[in-house]
Every structure is written in C-alpha cells, then in structure tokens.
Write a protein that binds this ligand. Sequence first.
Ligand SMILES: O=C(O)CCC(=O)C(=O)O
Ligand SMILES: [Fe+2]
Length: 335
Amino acid sequence: MFRLFSGQMQNDLAPVRPGAMFDQKQALPCAERQPAIDHRNRMTCAGQRGLEMGGHIVRPLVIVIVMHPLGREPVEPAQDVPLDRARRVLVYQQRGGSMAAERSQQAGPHAGARQPVRGIGGYIVHAGAGGLDSKRGGEMGHCLHIEAMPQQIDLFASTPVVSGLRMVTDAVDPALERALEQRIDAAPLQPFQFGQWRGKRLTANFGSGYDYRRGRVADAPPLPTWIEALRERLTPLVGRDSGAFVQALLIRYDPGAGIGWHRDRPQYGEVIGLSLSAPAVLRLRRRTKNGFERRKVELPPRSLYLLSGEARTAWEHSIAPMAVTRRSVTLRTLR
Ligand SMILES: O=C(O)CCC(=O)C(=O)O
Ligand SMILES: [Fe+2]
C-alpha cells in the first residue's frame, strides 16, 4: 500500500512539484509497518498527535470523541467500533492521568508532538496520527487497540446520528494537500454540466464518468497513477479495500461555487470524499413526514468522509457556496 503511494505517486507528481511526494513520504507518520513492540509503544509514535481536552491528553490513535464541541450533533464514529465502546475509551483516557504524566510516558523514540484536534461535529478518528499496526489493526491500524481499554465505564448514551457516515481528520498532511491541489488544478477541469444547466464548480472524472443526458455511466480516462496511489492511502482509513473504488471525481469550488442537494447517482455505491484547501460544511438532510431532518458535519481541510449505508442511500447532501476555493477528491464504487 505505502510503496505504491510513495513510489508511483512520487514519480507521477514529480513534473508538477519535484520532491513533493518525497516530502510527503518523509512526513508520513509511522507509515512503515513496523511490528508492534509492546502495548505502550503501539499507542505512541513519531508524528502522532494527541488531543488535549480539559487538561488531559487523549492518547493518540484512540478513537477520539469530541462531544458536541460546537453544539453540533455527533456522527457515527469512524471504523467499526461500537459507539459505546468508543466513548468508554474517552472516559478511560480522561481518567488515565494528567498531561504531565502522559508526557512522561511518551518519552522515547516514539514520543510525538501534540496538536489539538480541531473541533468537529461528531466522532473523529485522527488519521494523521495513525501508525499502522499490521498485527492487530491491519489496514485499520489507525484505530487503537480498543480491546485493551477497560469496558466498565459507560457514562453516555449512544445515538449515532447519521448511520453510515464516517469521518477521519488529517487523512493527508499539508505537504500532500499542496501536491494534490496542484494535481487537481492541472487536471482537465470543466464546469459541471447538467443538461442546459452549468454549475460553477469545476470537475474532472476518471475511471468512469456519468452522462447526465442519457442518465447512465459513461467512459472516462483511466485513473492516473497519482489517484490510484491516493486511493490506496485513503480507503483503509475508512476500512475499505481500494480496488472497488473505480471512479474518481476531482472538484474545485472557486468562490461562489457549491453543490446543491443531491444523492449520488444510484449507479454508484459507496462514496469517499477527501476535502482540501478550505473548511466546508457537509449538510445532510432526509425527508420526514413534516419536512426535512437535517444534520451538518464540519469538514476541515484534509479530512475524509465516507458515505455508506443510510448516509449514502437515505440522506441527501450538499455543500453551501464557498467563500474561498475548496477542492475535493471523491472516490466511488460502482454498483
Ligand atoms: O465536494 C464534495 O466533497 C462533495 C462532492 C459531491 O457530493 C458529489 O460530487 O457528488
Ligand atoms: Fe455527492
């Protein structure tokens, strides 16, 4: 997985920004699949970030939960971790010791710099912090060893708001983000066209496209190697195999551009979105007897979301017109 990313993608990016992917490779935290040495070490590694909450550190790699930081509603936690267990982890971590105690525990080759995680309306897996634990976590090694956490504490009720929506922050780091921005800007972007209607956002499809006039999937250029490499990196972060994500859509939203309410075409299956360049809000709604039920999820730059299950099939989504340029990479399976 990583080899493809650091090799092919580096080569592919070279003409646009020499060294960009090399930088990225160097910056990838704990990217090597090193065998876990002991439990403590698996919890900490170079470049990992912790979350400081109320004077306590939430240890990196843990499913991190931000409880309604902005008064927003939570979303389903990333990875296949039952919500109540994820919450227990937070409680455990908060009780687990002071920041000073945590710092002293983190000394050594795997100690890492800390940065607070931005507030986001839901449950977060802080992927940028992720080391890969091939033994236990496998591809989903970003999810720390939940099994190791105490099970007895359960202070919160668990009600996932939009089933099937998963969020991962820092799915790529800023250096890779810049390289991807250049790749997107260099792609054959065209204004989104829907019959007579021309959208403000600029799009380019790879792998397969969609003919809105005929209402069916259409040919598109094959996935470039840099998108293949990116796909290898992103899909495990939401617990998916890369191979099924055969469709890629690049979008640039310049100021004034957004995307209206829609569900992705039924020809597509699951959807993964990487959000770049500027914060945005993913709005979700589904029809009820009396109108619409609505949710909002903040998408910080470099965050990744998965639309699966109900989030994909029962909810519509949209992004309000942007004030500053945002870019996204959407990967989709075909049904
Ligand atoms: O830009 C995004 O993150 C969303 C794109 C989207 O919803 C779509 O193209 O169907
Ligand atoms: Fe969409």
